[in-house]
Design a binder for this molecule. Structure first.
Ligand SMILES: Cc1cc2nc3c(=O)[nH]c(=O)nc-3n(C[C@H](O)[C@H](O)[C@H](O)COP(=O)(O)O)c2cc1C
Ligand SMILES: [Mn+2]
Length: 434
């Protein structure tokens, strides 16, 4: 497998899926250009940003088929390979040195604002680090955690940092505070795609997610020791910020446009103090807009694997699953080959049980293309028997930032054909060509 993000971008480039923007661009124009790029479905790299050091890349998961390059399997097999590898662990290996230490800058020698991190949405508080993978250690056991956390640029060596109360990182931080010490963290920018996926997948607490990154890659992550903190980071990353969160320190952060396409109000959040920055030569910065294909792929694709595993465990014959149907991971369409007439309801219960944030789930037959929203809506309008096919679960735990609150009502829809009625429900097909 490719070693780092550069190797991955090379693959996309060879496939004709990486657009190079070589003309000089203004940093404030990048956000709207990303939206256009997303429609096109190609990854993009901005190579010349006026007044800034380094390149910016985005849309690395621009098409679902890109995941086939990441997992080195046909696109329809990604969910299975992902599901199998999520169950495995490969312990990282320590290496003496790595490209991420080609440039080392101590406090006073760097200004993180010189990197081309962008402002993503019109009303955001400013420029943000959006692709930062935070590595932290459980203060007592030393078990590593990796997670995404947005960071608002606040100074040459300071950012705001948002962690939700349910994140493992927050639990580690609370423990450090109870022990009266700062929580050291390393923030990785320019990660291997498997490292990004491992950071987004949120397994049960106290699993070293770098072992999951290794398992997803099928080979151990190579790590180097940090310069100023007791932490290990991927040797082939683009940029690492080393520093700490001080006990009890909070400041206003935000507003910030999130993946549901609403703004999060300004709030008291943590502060990240940076002591050292290390980079490769000519480092590249990944930017991830909230609600973009990259964001939704990172959030959604591990959940597809997890939900499919849960359905397979109760013998539901899943043909395909798409949790990115509505540009987030709150609504899922699943096509199944039904074996028992009412088992779509069991499939719905398993799906809701296996992923708490899931708000709506639609089960369709195997001949419906869950990757084509119009086909899913076709099934709703032709095969759903509304009086029988709805399953409403009032007031279950859902996604915390749902505008209607964390207790949401879940809607399950069985839009499948009664097993004994296939003769009437078989779709027309074109006359085969001679
Ligand atoms: C691009 C991106 C940005 C994210 N930003 C945040 C964030 O700012 N705060 C947060 O709590 N979770 C954020 N998440 C979700 C966490 O990464 C995710 O919940 C992760 O599983 C948490 O891991 P942990 O529970 O092991 O700490 C983000 C996810 C993605 C893909
Ligand atoms: Mn974790």
């Amino acid at each position: 497998m490719f070693k780092d993000i550069r190797g991955y971008l090379d693959i996309l480039d060879k496939q004709g899926f990486l657009d190079h923007v070589t003309e000089e661009v203004n940093i404030s124009s990048i956000s709207s250009r990303l939206a256009a790029q997303e429609k096109k479905g190609h990854a993009v790299i901005f190579e010349n940003i006026a007044g800034y050091e380094g390149k910016v890349y985005n849309n690395i998961f621009g098409k679902r088929q890109f995941l086939a390059s990441v997992f080195e399997c046909p696109v329809e097999k990604v969910v299975d390979v992902f599901g199998q590898r999520l169950e495995q662990r490969i312990t990282p290996v320590m290496v003496e040195d790595g490209p991420v230490h080609e440039v080392i800058m101590k406090k006073g020698e760097f200004d993180i604002r010189k990197f081309p991190f962008i402002q993503h949405s019109a009303k955001d508080a400013g420029r943000y680090i959006t692709s930062g993978v935070v590595i932290a250690k459980e203060p007592e056991t030393g078990v590593r955690n990796i997670s995404f956390n947005r960071m608002q640029l606040k100074g040459p060596d300071k950012t705001g940092l948002r962690m939700s109360p349910t994140q493992d990182l927050e639990a580690y931080y609370r423990k450090a505070v109870a022990m009266g010490k700062p929580l050291e963290i390393a923030v990785v920018i320019g990660s291997h795609p498997m490292c990004l996926l491992a950071a987004a997948c949120g397994p049960p607490r106290d699993v070293d997610e770098l072992e999951i990154a290794g398992a997803l890659r099928g080979e151990a992550m190579e790590l180097v020791k940090c310069i100023t903190i007791d932490m290990e980071v991927p040797a082939y990353a683009e940029i690492v910020l080393e520093g700490k969160l001080m006990p009890g320190e909070k400041e206003i952060e935000g507003p910030f446009g999130d993946f549901m396409e609403f703004y999060i109000e300004p709030m008291e959040n943590h502060v990240f103090h940076i002591d050292c920055v290390t980079t490769r030569r000519d480092p590249m910065v990944q930017v991830i807009s909230a609600g973009s294909t990259d964001d939704v792929t990172l959030l959604g694709s591990p959940r597809e694997a997890q939900i499919k595993n849960a359905l397979t465990a109760i013998n539901i014959d899943v043909k395909a699953i798409n949790i990115m149907l509505c540009r987030n991971y709150l609504t899922c369409a699943i096509s199944v080959r039904k074996q028992i007439d009412l088992e779509a309801k069991n499939a719905l219960m398993a799906a809701f049980a296996s992923f708490k944030f899931l708000k709506n789930c639609i089960i369709v037959d195997h001949d419906v293309d869950v990757f084509d929203p119009s086909d899913v809506f076709w099934a709703l309008s032709t095969r759903l028997r509304t009086e029988k096919g709805l399953m409403v679960v009032p007031n279950a735990a859902g996604f915390g930032r749902d505008k209607y609150g964390i207790h949401t009502t879940k809607l399950g829809i069985d839009a499948t054909v009664p097993l004994d009625a296939w003769d009437e429900f078989t779709r027309i097909t074109p006359l085969p060509a001679e």
